[in-house]
Design a protein around this ligand. Structure first.
Ligand SMILES: Cc1cc2nc3c(=O)[nH]c(=O)nc-3n(C[C@H](O)[C@H](O)[C@H](O)COP(=O)(O)OP(=O)(O)OC[C@H]3O[C@@H](n4cnc5c(N)ncnc54)[C@H](O)[C@@H]3O)c2cc1C
Length: 321
């Protein structure tokens, strides 16, 4: 998009002027592709970075679900489509990045990267959170996905989470009330995690470090972690491994344009160059079809696909009075 196009959009699209007054920052027409793990995706109509939890609450209360809202973390589990994301994309930043060391527990803000949380836990000699070092992304995204690696998931170490509902009301919800299962959490999509309290008993640094190093070594060996990817593309169907089904269907190395099924781990799609989101999604659908044809099993996307395929400016600017 050229600067002059951008100017025309800004004139014709009054969304930012219709949004609630906040202390945080609104930015219009943000190109998402440089920030996503896949390095693809269109524009976000408006990105909102709240100043703090109160600011976010005021925004949600006054927005009153009028403008669609999408929250993102580090985008390591997202395929943002080429047409972009209409409405407001909420990105939690520094004000949601506190880590508080408590007796045998850690309270961690949603914007904290898992790897950072794991490092702080190591330095404070707190065990149980080593698995975080193996999962890219933020605490907020990890809670939503009930992310897990090497035998531990968020739900195993979570005590409670602080969440804000679409009306701007704060809730503290115990772990067993969040309905966390395999790569999912039953809490409504519109609710936003702000922070969480985790079990973190004292442990010997040497043991924590050993576990983290083992995880790192295993990841390097088995995952294309240096590629532009979104992690596991499909969830494992009950009783099966998605990668085995994909391999058996002959899809290892399959490509569509610059989108490719990783040779190293065939449940990972990679962008080998200038792939579009549409190339990656099309390839994913081709893999699903081939797996269905060969095994009778319908794979389900674990990666979340958000946004529109084609940009429809009229729907972006329309009828939000
Ligand atoms: C190389 C690689 C390896 C990976 N390995 C693993 C692995 O071993 N195990 C695993 O489980 N996953 C893995 N993943 C996937 C991904 O890292 C996890 O799903 C991670 O938890 C996503 O966090 P994120 O912050 O990037 O969330 P995003 O990708 O930005 O968002 C994911 C979902 O979370 C929601 N979300 C984000 N923040 C919030 C919030 N504050 N409140 C409410 N909802 C929110 C979004 O709306 C979206 O629906 C891997 C990904 C990559 C690229």
């Amino acid at each position: 998009m050229t600067t002059s196009d951008n100017h025309i959009f800004q004139k014709s699209n009054p969304l930012i002027t219709m949004l609630p007054k906040v202390r945080g920052r609104y930015t219009e027409y943000v190109d998402m592709s440089p920030f996503t793990w896949f390095r693809v995706g269109g524009l976000a109509e408006v990105v909102f970075r709240p100043a703090d939890a109160e600011d976010l609450s005021i925004f949600l209360e006054n927005n009153n679900e009028r403008v669609p809202v999408t929250v993102i973390g580090a985008t390591s589990n997202l395929l943002i489509r080429d047409g972009g994301i209409p409405g407001v994309v909420i990105k939690l930043g520094k004000p949601f990045s506190d880590i508080v060391l408590l007796e045998e527990t850690l309270r961690i803000g949603s914007a904290v990267l898992n790897s950072q949380a794991a490092k702080v836990a190591l330095n404070a000699k707190r065990g149980g959170l080593e698995f975080l070092s193996g999962i890219p992304g933020t605490i907020g995204g990890g809670l939503r996905m009930n992310a897990g690696s090497y035998g531990t998931e968020f739900k195993d170490v979570l005590i409670e989470a602080e969440v804000i509902d679409p009306g701007g009301r704060l809730h503290v919800i115990a772990a067993d009330e969040l309905g966390m299962g395999y790569r999912c959490c039953e809490i409504d999509e519109g609710w936003i995690f702000l922070s969480a309290l985790f079990k973190a008993p004292f442990s010997e640094s040497i043991d924590i470090k050993f576990k983290m190093e083992t995880i790192q070594r295993q990841r390097e060996k088995s995952q294309p972690i240096k590629e532009k990817t979104g992690g596991s593309t499909f969830a494992n169907p009950t009783g099966y491994k998605a990668w085995k089904l994909i391999d058996a269907a002959g899809c290892r190395g399959k490509h569509f344009g610059a989108a490719k099924v990783s040779e190293k781990h065939c449940n990972f799609l990679i962008n080998t160059g200038d792939a579009k989101a549409n190339d990656l999604e099309t390839l994913g659908e081709l893999v699903r079809k081939q797996v269905l044809d060969t095994s009778g099993i319908q794979l389900k996307w674990e990666i979340r696909r958000i946004g529109t395929v084609k940009k429809d400016i009229s729907s972006w600017s329309g009828e939000r009075k």
